[in-house]
Design a protein around this ligand. Sequence first.
Ligand code: PLP
Length: 489
Amino acid sequence: MQYVSTRANPAQSAPQSFSDILLGGLASDGGLFLPTSYPQVSDAELTAWRLLSYAELAFEILKKFATDIPEADLRALTAKTYTAAVYKNVRAGEDPAEITPLRVLGFEGDAGLVLQSLSNGPTLAFKDMAMQLLGNLFEYALAKTGDQLNIFGATSGDTGSAAEYAMRGKQGIRVFMLSPHQKMSAFQTAQMFSLQDPNIFNIAVEGVFDDCQDMVKAVSNDLDFKARHKIGTVNSINWARVVAQVVYYFRGYLKATLFNDQKVSFCVPSGNFGNICAGHIARQMGLPIDKLVVATNENDVLDEFFRTGIYRVRKSAETYHTSSPSMDISKASNFERFIYDLVGKDSARVKALFQKVETAGGFDLSGGPGSDGDEFKLVAQYGFVSGKSTHADRLATIRDVRQRYGITIDTHTADGIKVAREHMRNGVPMIVLETALAAKFNETIREALGEDAERPAGFENIEALPQRFTVMRPDVAEMKAFIAANTGL
Ligand SMILES: *Cc1c(COP(=O)(O)O)cnc(C)c1O
């Protein structure tokens, strides 16, 4: 399996292997990596996969993409990653060995509404599903070369903690994670800052999230510094993260159906389009998915595109701070992967469209007067539909699900259920991906239900644990000095 950039000139660029792109982020031309073609899954394979454990299924899917990693190694890596001990934060009555347990909430209209829990890992959000694998893949790759990697990133919550819990104690890896000082929830802060592993560096920046991101950009733009200190990232455009996410779409399908002629739909609470991009890839591989439902909050960049064909990124000042904060994005960093497929893998078109995003704030594929193309008419054949949800919708949905089905869902999952309900008209089961547990966003649970969300065992008193972090001003020179002092390079 070979990989190319969405913006590559095919005449000039050599395809790369899975291992070549594993530790990288963006391609050097600014595009994102994709396989030259999507591997296909046969009917016989799908039938055989019905009997596999989650880890075995992950191995079968990964080996189609990571063809340059020896199969025995890949099998060991997936077995080590997807174990019940790591995904133990399940609801009462659910089996942690399922890794992503499915729960049929009930029949609504003429279809089953199903929740697939992706948030039972160490940080209680779906990002663990991919990040845990990434931690093990990185450690494996670095051990082979004897190299080291210093991960540098900014977080407003979920990504940073998932990265730290995946990389803690890993040989050859250090994590430098910036977060806005005193701006994360007490729970999220405690999750990250209570880590005592010497390879984890929490840096609380006196500023807002944008200041943190600006610092990451400034350091990343200094190519000399980046190379000398072996700086890397783990953001959602990383290809291995996307592949790891493909696995749970297969798992959800296999657990919700008995026969391969059945279809299911997925509804995905979306921000950077990483999660649902994996659903798109699963569908392109031949998984019988009917609809892929994109659910957004008030930050509806993606909903707008899937309704109109117009992609219009927002300025930071136009980005709302909502009660589903992990979906508060101004542009969707993985969206380019879908656009590449939509425009027939024409990398010159992709390059022009995303250059237009930089210069003019977006592009228009509606086919209307003055538009940049008419490919919006093809979107339906990829199964995509969308909807948006507001704070009032979240509160109402959290209350409703609690009342009808007796469970408490988090704010992002509430956005998913609200939008899923608008697309359940054809008798096809609708699987909503549960992207976080309610305990992470307790402030809104209290607002909706008048009581605290349940916390999984072991999380009862995390706010009281000793915290380890460094407070810094948003000063690039100071930041570089801090990194240099701690990498020893
Ligand atoms: C990151 C995140 C999302 C959004 O996922 P994308 O891959 O960015 O679309 C949704 N919900 C939760 C809880 C998250 O942490």
